[in-house]
Design a protein around this ligand. Structure first.
Ligand SMILES: C[S@@+](CC[C@H](N)C(=O)[O-])C[C@H]1O[C@@H](n2cnc3c(N)ncnc32)[C@H](O)[C@@H]1O
Length: 273
């Protein structure tokens, strides 16, 4: 079992009313918290009430070693600051303030549902190119037999290891987590192996190679005939009017895909081999 994860909202409930029901897993379940004197008993951890004061709203906290720790850190290697950011349902991860899911107008959970809807029925083998917090991998594993997901950044997986909503990524027998870059690993994947592909790259500046014609040709090669590709594409609002999807649609057509269409709802392109 992973350690309890709390937010300012749950901490304020513990401080305010003593023995209360509070979620220690970002909304999945509710646990009873006992407060005696100035100590809150959070599962087997003893936390001074003073440590629960002044938590930040836009932060998740792990309760471990009898301490309340931010689920956030800076990596010298990548020069990025990683943070698990609470939202109205599932948290998102930010890489130096850039969120990896939509969360302002729709939540990360809804964002994931809309992406998965594009490839339904996601039967057979699924390639999930960019793992992140594992939401697209976990949700496609509900329908598929086998999901292969790739993550090049260990720091992202370290954040995911604390996230209660990411746990199936590490426990599901259907999900194969590959800790490497898809841009090099794809060359080793067999032709026509996958029934569908979810390509959910970060914004262009973080991984331009994942928006290239060369990579699109590889996606086409590993997909079965009749298989469906969903390709996330930053929407016009997020790119301040510079629309990226017409170029991506052209590239996908040139790589052999047909019926390529941009869907505002999922902010991505659905195409068929
Ligand atoms: C938008 S997020 C993916 C969100 C994910 N689908 C989810 O459900 O949480 C993009 C992720 O791709 C990762 N990434 C970037 N380049 C990559 C590459 N070449 N291979 C694998 N992962 C990559 C980033 O580190 C980041 O975690």
């Amino acid at each position: 079992m992973i350690c309890p994860v709390i937010t300012k909202v749950s901490a304020d409930r513990i401080i305010g009313s003593g023995n209360v029901g509070v979620s220690l897993d970002l909304g999945i379940t509710v646990s009873k918290i006992n407060v005696s004197g100035n100590i809150a008993h959070i599962r087997d951890q003893k936390i001074p009430i003073s440590d629960l004061k002044n938590l930040k709203e836009k932060m998740c906290y792990a309760v471990e070693d009898n301490k309340v720790k931010q689920i956030a850190f800076f990596s010298d290697e990548t020069n990025l600051y990683y943070k698990l950011l609470p939202t109205k349902d599932w948290p998102t991860i930010t890489l130096s303030s850039t969120p990896m899911h939509r969360f302002t107008f729709i939540s990360p959970k809804e964002d994931t549902e809309l992406k998965i809807r594009e490839i339904l029925p996601a039967k057979g083998r699924v390639l999930d190119t960019c793992c992140g917090l594992g939401y697209t991998a976990i949700m496609s594993a509900e329908h598929a037999d086998e999901v292969h997901t790739f993550e090049r950044d260990e720091n992202v997986l370290r954040i995911a290891s604390y996230n209660p909503h990411s746990q199936e990524l590490f426990s599901s027998k259907k999900i194969h987590l590959h800790r490497e870059s898809i841009s090099s690993a794809i060359a080793r994947l067999s032709d026509s192996y996958f029934d569908c592909i979810i390509h959910d790259p970060p914004t262009f500046k973080y991984a331009p190679e994942l928006y290239s014609s060369e990579f699109h040709r590889e996606l086409f090669r590993v997909l079965k005939k009749g298989g469906v590709l969903y390709h996330y594409c930053p929407s016009p609002q997020r790119t301040k009017g510079r629309t990226m999807y017409p170029r991506l649609i052209r590239q996908l057509r040139n790589s052999g895909f047909r019926n390529a269409e941009f869907h505002e709802s999922s902010s991505g392109i659905r195409a068929v081999k």
